[in-house]
Ligand binder design. Sequence first.
Ligand code: DLZ
Length: 205
Amino acid sequence: MASLKGPGKIETYDGAGLRVAIVHARWNTVIIDALVSGARKSLLSAGVAEQNIVVQSVPGSYELPFAVQRLYAASHVQAAANSSTGDISATDLLSASTTDLTKPATTTTATKDSPSQAPFDAIIAIGVLIKGETMHFEYIADAVSHGLMRVQLDSNVPVVFGLLTLLTEEQGLERAGLGSGKKHNHGEDWGSAAVELAVKRRGWA
Ligand code: DLZ
């Protein structure tokens, strides 16, 4: 009997015109790289333009919530600056408050091949935590899970939860499509989730 587990019937959404960021940790790089590739692959196959996918890295998973929050803030302030005149200063970027981010986004229309200057429509946060001998794993997993949820609710942007919390390296390889069982790459699901949420969010504004 087929497994009952999994994301259910696949729904497809058109990612054309979306701007999506992938923020990933560098710990456990082999697994991370495969997950990032999987996410990119499904964003591209949903129609998100290559130039509208921005990839940023941070040292470890603990840094993900802060990086996601600041990257989104910066994209918002940059979009506002582009739609008026003049350059945006570093001070403006750093001072963008949570309140600013929940206001309707000012968007600019990109030509077909130019990168979009709009705020991100969704952000995928990717990290791989592997349990060790101490309590590090529990503290980081808990903090990052709550941090990412807080960022998406406070900032009003979908943040896809691409944090694998693993007991062994093998579990990570399997979930990145690299294991001997050659299971599918969870990064692909995260790319699809980002596109679906970004499209639906436009309708829920
Ligand atoms: C310190 C640490 C440990 C022990 N394990 C991991 C891990 O498995 N995956 C991961 O992404 N990061 C790990 N880190 C690093 C922390 O996330 C963080 O980068 C440092 O504590 C510095 O804030």
